[in-house]
Structures are given as structure tokens and as C-alpha cells.
Ligand binder design. Structure first.
Ligand SMILES: Nc1ncnc2c1ncn2[C@@H]1O[C@H](COP(=O)(O)OP(=O)(O)OP(=O)(O)O)[C@@H](O)[C@H]1O
Length: 372
């Protein structure tokens, strides 16, 4: 098919009205009886991109399905702009919610043209109006020249943009995206993700994006909501979650860490990597877990706070991964340093730890603590 790509000629017409979507104390169990969501309260603010992040099985997709009206919650309410759309005695069907969905596999119909794929959900409009709205949506994602083509002529990234156009065509108040980039290869992912963010900003729809990839959440989300075992663990900006993780689970989700157990003594915790101040909330004698980020190691051949022996080195391009034996540690430390900081034959070195890369938590606090 001889069609021109018009990626740059996008329009800003056809914007959605920005809406607020709130989950209020949502509980949910599937028929198997296992609790999938346990008291989730969370609000996506008008026009924001909120990333739902969490490991596999933490309940992210279930929360999206509840918002879309595909799955009823066991208790709690879903509120769209002050209106209860699901709650005790209320259940608005999906088509009346003004909520759009984009799935990871794009789910385009192979036997329909791109235009018909985008027009598919516009059943409430006349054929002419539906065509007009679908073309506006296609222009918004820069693929209007492909209107008459079939999905197989498009790349994975372009198909993802058609799926986005289809979801945006009815001008939803809220757009829900479930792992929208996981079907794309890693080189394509970055550019499609950036384009999608651009389109979301232009359309002004409130968006909730599910991902299990912390870096993706940091790249896309105005805020990030981290789920674990059906509970919300922490909500905030990428900086807040990275710099002030509520507990060890959050810290470990956003960066690789070395972990130690220690007791608080004179307000400090002692580890093989040095003594560090404990937060005020930890009383004298309290059991603590100390997390030291792999990025928190400064290495030097001549001097430093702690001697270390290099056990292994792995070249990773910009950075290098080290395994280090440190006196007093019963296992090797892992560290990540910039390449070229140590000569190839270096063996016995010195290390210093960057204080901001040390995080001290109450032991097992991740079982109990929630910060919203
Ligand atoms: N249709 C279903 N019937 C029964 N249990 C289900 C169903 N769908 C999901 N589950 C279970 O509910 C829990 C939460 O699943 P959910 O898909 O919401 O998690 P998730 O965080 O989106 O995971 P993933 O990242 O793997 O998609 C999991 O334990 C899962 O096995």
C-alpha cells in the first residue's frame, strides 16, 4: 500500500474534558476467594498521568477492570467527577462511563481498515460524524494517511498509536492503559512511550497507565501508585518514591540494594559498610533493615573508609557491575560504578558510601506500613 507517513502533522482538536477518577476503599475477590484488592483508595487528578506500578499479581489490572466496569468490586466506590459510577446499589455499564481502554496487545481487528478500527466504538454517532471523529483521532496520532490501510501494514508502534486513537476517539474523560508498551521491542518502546505521553497531554484526558516497570512509571507518570498484594504501598512523584521510599519494598522496587540487619545503638546502625544514622522514628535497640543502593559506592585505589577486594567485574557499557568482598560481611556486596573509574587489573580497593544512598527502615516495615 502506497501511503505517506505524516507523523509530524498532528492536530490538537478533539480534546477530552479532564476528569477526576477516585477509588474509595476498594476490596475485590475473584470467585476463587483470594482477596485481590484490599482497601485501595486512590485518586487520579484531572489531566494527570497516574502510573499503577507493582509486581505481577499485585492487582493492577483488576483495579483497571473495576474502573472500566468490566469487573465489579466486592465493596467500596468508584467516583468519576463526584458521580458514583460503581458502589452500593450503583453499577454504570462500561459504555456509559466515558472511560477508554488500551490493552497491551492493541487488539486491532485485522479485517477492518484503520479508520474502521478507530470508528468501531463510535456507535452513538451517525456514520458521517463517526468518520469525522475517527479522522480527528487518527490525525491526533499522526496516522491519518493510513485511514484506508489494514493493520498488518503498520509497525508495532504505529498499531499501538491506532489503538490509542481508537480509545481517544469517543473523547473519554479517563483513559486506562494496561501495559500498553509491553508488546513493543525495547528500541521502539522509548519513542512510542514519548509520543503517547505527548498525545495524552494534548488530549488532556486523565490517564491511568499500568506497568510493572519502575523506570517506565518514572518516565511517564506525573505520580506513581505502587501496589503490593492488593494494597497501596505508596503514592507520590517519582522523586518522592525514589528519595523517600516508605519501606524496604518501595526502595527495592526503584533501585537495586544491598541489605543488612542491624540494631539501633546511640541513634546509629552499624553495618560492614559503615555506621549510619537511624531515623528518629526508630527507638534505641530497635531492629532495623539497612538498604544501600548499588549506585552509592565511591571507589578509589589509594584511600577510603572501607577496604574491599574485587571478586568480579562485569562491563555493562556506561556502568560496570562489581562484586566486592568487604571485611565483616558474610556475603559479597554489589556495586555499580561508572566505567573507567578503576584500572582493569585493580583488585584491592577502598570504598566510601554516599549517605543519600543509605536508607534505614524498621525491620519488615513493608508488611505493615502504608504512606499515601
Ligand atoms: N479472572 C481471574 N480469576 C481468578 N483470579 C484472577 C483472575 N484474574 C486475575 N486473578 C488473580 O488476581 C490477582 C491479581 O491479578 P491482576 O491481573 O489484577 O494483577 P496484576 O498486578 O495486573 O498482574 P500482572 O502484572 O501479572 O498482569 C492475581 O493473583 C491473579 O492470579
Amino acid at each position: 500500500m502506497n501511503v505517506q507517513k505524516q507523523g509530524s502533522a498532528r492536530v490538537t482538536a478533539g480534546v477530552s474534558f479532564a476528569a477526576r477518577l477516585s477509588f474509595e476503599d476498594i476490596f475485590h475477590s475473584y470467585a476463587s476467594g483470594v482477596e485481590t484488592l484490599r482497601g485501595v483508595s486512590l485518586t487520579a487528578e484531572p489531566g494527570e498521568v497516574l502510573c499503577l506500578l507493582g509486581p505481577s499479581g499485585s492487582g493492577k489490572t483488576t483495579l483497571l477492570r473495576i474502573a472500566a466496569g468490566i469487573e465489579p468490586q466486592s465493596s467500596g466506590r468508584v467516583v468519576l467527577n463526584e458521580r458514583v459510577i460503581a458502589g452500593p446499589g450503583v453499577f454504570l455499564p462500561p459504555e456509559q462511563r466515558s472511560i477508554g481502554l488500551v490493552f497491551q496487545d492493541f487488539a486491532l481487528f485485522p479485517h477492518l481498515t484503520i479508520l474502521d478500527n478507530v470508528r468501531f466504538g463510535l456507535t452513538a454517532l451517525s456514520p458521517e460524524e463517526a468518520r469525522h471523529e475517527a479522522m480527528i483521532a487518527l490525525e491526533r496520532v499522526g496516522l491519518q494517511a493510513y485511514a484506508g490501510a489494514y493493520p498488518h501494514v503498520l509497525s508495532g508502534g504505529e498499531q499501538q498509536r491506532v489503538a490509542l486513537a481508537r480509545a481517544l476517539a469517543p473523547r473519554p474523560a479517563v483513559l486506562l492503559m494496561d501495559e500498553p508498551f509491553s508488546g513493543l521491542d525495547s528500541r521502539l518502546k522509548d519513542s512510542v512511550r514519548a509520543e503517547t505521553l505527548d498525545i495524552l497531554r494534548q488530549s488532556r484526558a486523565t490517564a491511568i497507565v499500568v506497568t510493572h516497570d519502575a523506570e517506565e512509571a518514572m518516565r511517564m507518570g506525573d505520580r506513581i501508585a505502587l501496589l503490593k498484594d492488593g494494597r497501596l504501598v505508596q503514592v507520590g512523584t517519582a522523586e518522592e518514591l525514589y528519595q523517600h521510599p516508605a519501606n524496604l519494598f518501595v526502595a527495592g522496587f526503584f533501585s537495586e540494594i544491598n541489605e543488612f540487619e542491624a540494631a539501633v545503638e546511640n541513634g546509629m546502625v552499624e553495618t560492614p559498610l559503615g555506621r549510619f544514622p537511624a531515623p528518629e522514628a526508630l527507638e534505641e535497640g530497635a531492629e532495623a533493615t539497612v538498604a544501600v543502593r548499588l549506585s552509592g559506592f565511591l571507589v578509589n585505589q589509594d584511600s577510603g573508609a572501607i577496604p574491599a577486594r574485587i571478586v568480579s567485574r562485569r562491563f555493562l557499557g556506561v556502568v560496570e557491575h562489581l562484586e566486592l568482598a568487604v571485611p565483616g560481611a558474610d556475603r559479597n556486596m554489589r556495586a555499580r560504578i561508572r566505567c573507567g573509574q578503576l584500572p582493569p587489573k585493580a583488585r584491592d580497593i577502598w570504598i566510601d558510601i554516599v549517605p543519600s544512598d543509605v536508607l534505614v527502615f524498621t525491620r519488615q516495615s513493608f508488611e505493615t506500613q502504608t504512606i499515601v
